[in-house]
Design a protein around this ligand. Structure first.
Ligand code: PLP
Length: 989
């Protein structure tokens, strides 16, 4: 071992423990690492002793293979204090210039009601929650997401909507893919026709992504008729990017007659006063819910939406929330259909979307609930009035307005003067859209006032003319006549008090990081600190339009530059793109870069993507979307990649191997020793190495994928780098590459510059949440970050060692150690006793815990990832719960409790059940509700009992149920699953 490595290891260890031994509070030094890292020095010592190691260095040396260890410390700025980081971020925000944003193009300013900002967007009860895979502890956010679906269904007049997509441009691409899957008609070709008046970023994303899956895109002027060409689908934009409002019904009908499916990308606010796409006969509606209360955020995060007609629900991409029942027949929410099992479907999945935009979808839903249908209509009407006034005033001044019919956007023809007028508006503090030298676009929104209208008109040298109320920019026959948002949820929370309590009532039903550790393997649920979160709602970050001129966005561009550089230093790669707005999109961007590289070398025939059996489901789905064929590589008995099988697969596909996608450390939670060999074999075969970086929390400061064999990786900023999960999004999935792949990184969706196909509507994706990661890196510094990794490995090994005797740890490395997570194998226990991993997951709820990852990557197991943020007391509380559950399992095993009537199968227990007048189960009530004494001081009660997923899929309901659905005949006897089967059916009939 080289001296350099030794020194660096000693130093990182000393600093990471020392900061905890001697916390210093002065403003110039940072004690943040000791706040972020849960265990202090004595706790770490205790854990090391339990593992039989003297120092953290020794443990790390034993766990991490020498061949991948970094030679040098990370070249990152030293740790800064919390006040310093806030001051630095304030200075960056101040360098972004806020303007009245009237550029439009799918991004509109909006008022986030303070009650929602403070109690939802900025509330840890909402933003620290995980994706609702464990529905019993997620009823609040599932109800909010169901409200979002109902909102979208009502506004589009289509029966079924999903619980958010990543943004409008990618939602359109998902719709294109759905139309291709769904169109079984004989005349269907491989062509899609796309409205030339689609948003330019949508056209860019669709063009780039369609190419990789062999779809021909015909962009055509659809203002009066369809082009004379066959297609499997047609995409319209309503209103068009130009602002034009057209009656699409005749074209939709014409497309249908030709056997094409139809998608309308529709502006949600307009649908409160304009005929919705569902009533015009379309199959799919997509778009963005941003203007429903979600800040501009320099491009994201925002919720994309998709709604479909009946018959397409089983093909819907992303997540879908549905209503089912629990074992007592009470209505209960959970993820429906295929959206629960994308991981299993792998390359057969309907899309690669995993992390979506749950938090932002919830904000949009609550915005609609707060305003109600009349409130939304009033906003839309006001927006339209302002647009009409601008159009009439400019017309009166002799300017030509390009469209008679518009909603919020007016396009003015000003030959040769466009730049001058846009510059005038800028002087009045307003951003308009410079379409070209002769046209200016003006988009009104919720924030537009009479004074802003006056300034806009003045920028064109005109004055406001009084416009009679009867003058409208909308054709009378396109007025919306159907009702929407009739459900009580859109009527009962209009006062701030009512909304405040509604939000609290919902979040109280859920378990998030503000109440318990969430030991989800592969998901890295670590601290999302308050200081990291604070800046994101500052106007200097939240109020910036993604297409604002670069002179106005200097602060953002510097922050983005810093992050790209720092993430490069951490991973050992040369270039980083922050554009992908989830891990899945980073995977796609990385694979497209690989494809672009092969193509540039005349090797576009390489289309095989090797994927280990244990890989995350998104890997295979992304490979398919990048136009590759998936070949699975087997797992050896020790959990590692089977090298012999890898050699065999490479030989079979000689000359065809495009890439291998491997996760490191593997999803088995182990640092594989032979990763360099794997990389070498693929490189020798002419392939590229994609290292899925979702597990980077085991690597930061210790090893760099860009140095041990990777050509490209995506990172999950919403895992390793502290962006919260938001109950299922937002996320950021940067893609990092070595130099030779840099030319193929995602390009700017608005053109200009080079690069490959864009994968998001905004050049910097979910830029609005990048300050979180920037703050984390600045607060921790290189030593703090390394200390975090080391502590994460320590905690995982402590849990593994403490639980191994009770639940065998499935895989370990050569030294008997795991990486940052461990898989507990329940399969033998299940065989002996019938108690399943799911039973343990549900029983943990009674103990106040969120379950570990269930049955991924190995069926019948639990994968535990404690992270560095959990302190020793919380780790021990979890261990104690697991040990107690093991004792309960033994009582089933020895026949004391029949399985069906055991606390394990009956879990989770509700307060109603435990306090019912009759109790016939063979264990005491206190054991049901308070299995360990500490729960008496603080107890979480799940709002429903175990949920029947299959029932919900058979009786698919994906909008808010009528309140009467909850008036089930109350049975006061709580027995077991089977006994309640009948009432269950009745209750939901
Ligand atoms: C989380 C995860 C992904 C997907 O990331 P998303 O942001 O949810 O799209 C991919 N691979 C692994 C190993 C993961 O854990």
């Amino acid at each position: 071992m080289s001296g350099a490595v030794r020194t660096q290891r000693n130093r990182s260890h000393l600093v990471s423990v020392e900061t905890r031994i001697a916390p210093h509070g002065g403003p110039s030094t940072s004690d943040f690492p000791s706040r972020h890292i849960g265990p202090d020095a004595s706790a770490a010592q205790h854990m090391l002793e339990a593992l039989g190691y003297e120092t953290l260095d020794e443990l790390i040396d034993a766990a991490v293979p020498d061949q991948i260890r970094s030679e040098q410390a990370m070249d990152l700025p030293a740790a800064r204090s919390e006040p310093q980081v806030l001051a630095d971020l304030r200075a960056l925000a101040d360098r972004n210039q806020t303007r009245v944003q009237m550029i439009g193009l799918g991004y509109h300013d909006t008022v986030t009601p303070a009650v929602l900002r403070r109690n939802m967007l900025e509330s840890p009860a909402w933003y620290t929650a995980y994706t609702p895979y464990q529905p019993e502890i997620s009823q609040g956010r599932l109800e909010a997401l169901l409200t979002f679906q109902t909102l979208i269904e009502d506004l589009t007049a289509l029966p079924l909507a999903g619980a958010s997509l990543l943004d409008e441009a990618t939602a359109v691409m998902e719709a294109v893919l759905l139309m291709r899957r769904a169109n079984k008609s004989k005349s269907a070709t491989n062509r899609v026709i796309v409205d030339a008046d689609c948003l330019p970023q949508t056209l860019a994303v669709v063009r780039g992504r369609a190419k990789s899956v062999g779809i021909e895109v015909l962009v055509a002027d659809l203002s009066s008729e369809l082009p004379n060409a066959d297609a499997f689908g047609v995409v319209f934009q309503a209103p068009g990017a130009s602002g034009a409002v057209r009656d699409l019904a005749p074209l939709i009908a014409a497309a249908g007659e030709r056997g094409a499916l139809t998608t309308v990308a529709a502006d949600l606010l307009s649908l409160t006063i304009v005929t919705p796409p569902g009533e015009q006969g379309c199959d799919i509606a997509v778009g963005s819910a941003q203007r429903f209360g979600v800040p501009l955020f320099f491009g994201g995060p925002h919720a994309g939406y998709m709604a479909v007609r009946t018959g397409l629900e089983r093909m819907l991409p992303g997540r879908l929330v549905g209503v089912s029942v629990d074992v007592d027949g009470q209505p209960a929410y959970r993820l429906a259909l295929q959206t629960r099992e994308q991981h299993i479907r792998r390359d057969k999945a309907t899309s690669n979307i995993c992390t979506a935009q749950a938090l932002l979808a919830n904000v949009a839903a609550m915005y609609a609930a707060y305003h109600g249908p009349e409130g939304l209509r009033a906003i839309a009407t006001r927006v339209h009035r302002h647009a009409v006034t601008i159009a009439e005033s400019l017309r009166a001044a002799g300017h030509q307005i390009m469209h008679d019919h518009f909603f919020d956007t007016v396009r003015v023809r000003v030959p040769g003067q466009a730049r001058e007028f846009v510059a005038n508006a800028d002087r009045f503090g307003i951003n308009l859209r410079l379409v070209d030298d002769h046209h200016v676009g003006i988009s009104c929104d919720e924030c537009t006032t009479d004074d802003i209208v006056r300034r806009v008109v003045a920028a064109f040298g005109a004055t406001v003319t009084a416009t009679p109320a009867a003058v409208s920019g909308l054709p009378a026959e396109l007025g919306r006549t159907s009702k929407f948002l009739q459900h009580p949820v859109f009527h009962e929370h209009r006062s701030e008090t009512a909304m405040l309590r509604f939000l609290r009532k919902l979040s109280d039903k859920d378990l998030a990081l503000d109440r318990t550790m969430i030991p989800l393997g592969s998901c890295t649920m670590k601290l999302n600190s308050a200081v990291e979160m604070e800046p994101i709602s500052w106007p200097g970050f939240a109020g910036i339009h993604p297409y604002a001129p670069a002179e106005q966005t200097g602060g953002y561009l510097e922050l983005i530059g810093d992050l790209e550089r720092w993430l490069g230093k951490i991973t050992g790669y040369d270039r980083v793109s922050l554009q992908p707005n989830a891990g899945s999109q980073g995977e796609l961007a990385g694979l497209l870069a690989i494809h672009g590289y092969h193509e540039s070398r005349g090797e576009s025939g390489r289309d095989i993507c090797l994927i280990p059996q244990s890989a995350h489901g998104t890997n295979a789905a992304s490979a398919v979307l990048a136009g590759m064929r998936v070949v699975v590589v087997a797992t050896a008995a020790n959990g590692n990649i089977d090298i012999d099988d890898l050699r065999a697969k490479i030989a079979v596909h000689e000359g065809k191997v495009a890439a291998i996608m491997l996760t490191y450390p593997s999803t088995h939670g182990v640092y594989e020793n032979d990763v360099r060999t794997v990389c070498d074999l693929v490189h020798e075969a002419g392939g590229q190495v994609y290292v899925d970086g979702a597990n980077l929390n085991a690597l930061v400061g210790l090893a760099q994928p860009g140095k041990f064999g990777g050509d490209v990786s995506h990172l999950n900023l919403h895992k390793t780098f502290c962006i919260p999960h938001g109950g299922g999004g937002p996320g950021v999935g940067p893609v990092a590459v070595r130099e030779h792949l840099a030319p193929f990184l995602p390009g700017n969706p608005l053109g200009g510059g080079d690069g490959g196909a864009p994968v998001s509507a905004a050049n910097y994706g979910s830029a609005g949440i990048l300050p979180i990661t920037w703050a984390y890196l600045a607060l921790m510094g290189p030593d703090g970050l390394t200390g975090a990794t080391e502590t994460a490995v320590l905690a995982a090994n402590y849990v593994a060692k403490s639980l191994d005797a009770h639940f065998p740890v499935l895989y370990t490395g050569p030294s008997g150690l795991v990486a940052h997570e461990c898989i507990l194998d329940l399969r033998a226990i299940t065989k002996e006793t019938g108690v399943t991993a799911e039973d343990v997951a549900k029983r943990l709820i009674d103990y106040g815990f969120h379950a570990p990852t269930l049955s991924f990557p190995v069926t019948g197991t639990l994968m535990v990832e404690p992270t560095e943020s959990e302190d020793l007391a919380e780790l021990d509380r979890f261990i104690q719960a697991m040990v107690a559950i093991r004792q309960e399992i033994d009582l089933v095993g020895t026949g004391v409790w029949p399985l069906e009537r055991s606390p394990l199968r009956q879990a989770p227990h509700t307060a109603e059940q435990v306090t019912a007048d009759e109790w016939t189960l063979p264990y005491p009530r206190h054991l049901a509700g308070f299995p360990v004494a500490s729960l008496r001081a603080a107890k979480y009660w799940p709002p429903v009992r175990r949920i029947d997923g299959v029932h919900g899929d058979r009786n698919l309901v994906c909008s808010c149920p009528a309140p009467t659905a909850f008036e089930t005949p109350t049975s006061h006897t709580y027995t077991d699953t089977a006994a309640n089967a009948d009432t269950r059916e009745e209750a939901f009939a």
